[in-house]
Ligand binder design. Structure first.
Ligand code: DC
Length: 215
């Protein structure tokens, strides 16, 4: 049974994760970061020594892995991979793995189950939540920010050259937005929030206003 689901989609560096986490805390709802699933699948692919572009082998492998997401931590076959899913090597390969259709259908099923097991209501963030995972979500938000702002935010999160970070974000945006299955796109009925010139508190208060209007 689906209860009150807030779907938050948007590109990397838009502030989506911070906003989703804070909104969930304020509303006392569980928070699901679906990017962690695609990242953990990528860790599994790397550990198995499979080429991320070899879609047949990747799909077969992902069919058999066990993923458990709990309190922001991700377990892959019983192993805590919460740090490894954020590594540069994982980030580099994740778009290729997440473009594979059978990988997406397995991970989408796990994500829907997670929400059901947590009572049916949640703040769920990703790229295809309002379009594919929860098309009937109670509230859909599309969180964006200008590319240079996103690169600056990412530079604050991970060490490294800002130009390279900008290039990597642009590369992932292109792959994530142009793939044939579940590309990153704003759902028709989503409210778009550009966070470029807003503080986190300002964004959260906009989100809470929207929630109050819906309920
Ligand atoms: O949100 P993130 O940067 O942790 O996501 C990592 C990658 O996972 C991103 O490049 C695209 C993919 N992803 C996806 O395809 N669908 C989702 N619902 C979430 C993430």
């Amino acid at each position: 049974m689906t209860g009150y689901v807030i779907a938050m989609d948007g590109p990397g560096g838009s502030g989506k994760t911070t906003i989703a986490r804070s909104t969930a805390m304020q509303l006392d709802l569980p928070h699901l970061d679906t990017g962690a699933y695609y990242r953990a699948a990528t860790v599994a692919v790397r550990r198995a020594g499979i080429d991320p572009e070899d879609s047949g082998s990747v799909a077969l492998l992902i069919e058999g892995i066990d993923l458990q997401y709990d309190q922001g931590r991700m377990m892959l076959d019983g192993d805590d991979v919460s740090a490894e899913i954020r590594s540069d090597a994982t980030t580099l390969a994740v778009s290729a793995v997440s473009a594979i259709a059978p990988v997406r259908s397995r991970l989408v099923a796990l994500q829907r189950n997670w929400v059901t097991e947590h009572g049916g209501s949640a703040v769920v963030e990703g790229r295809d939540i309002g379009t594919v995972v929860f098309p009937d979500a109670s509230l859909k938000l599309f969180i964006t920010a200008r590319p240079e702002v996103r690169a600056m935010r990412r530079a604050g999160e991970v060490a490294g050259d800002q130009d390279l970070i900008r290039q990597d974000l642009a590369r992932r945006d292109t792959i994530d937005s142009s793939r044939s299955v579940a590309p990153l796109q704003r759902a028709e009925d989503a409210v778009e929030i550009d966070t470029s010139d807003l503080s986190i508190d300002e964004v959260i208060s906009q989100v809470l206003n929207l929630v109050n209007r819906e309920t």
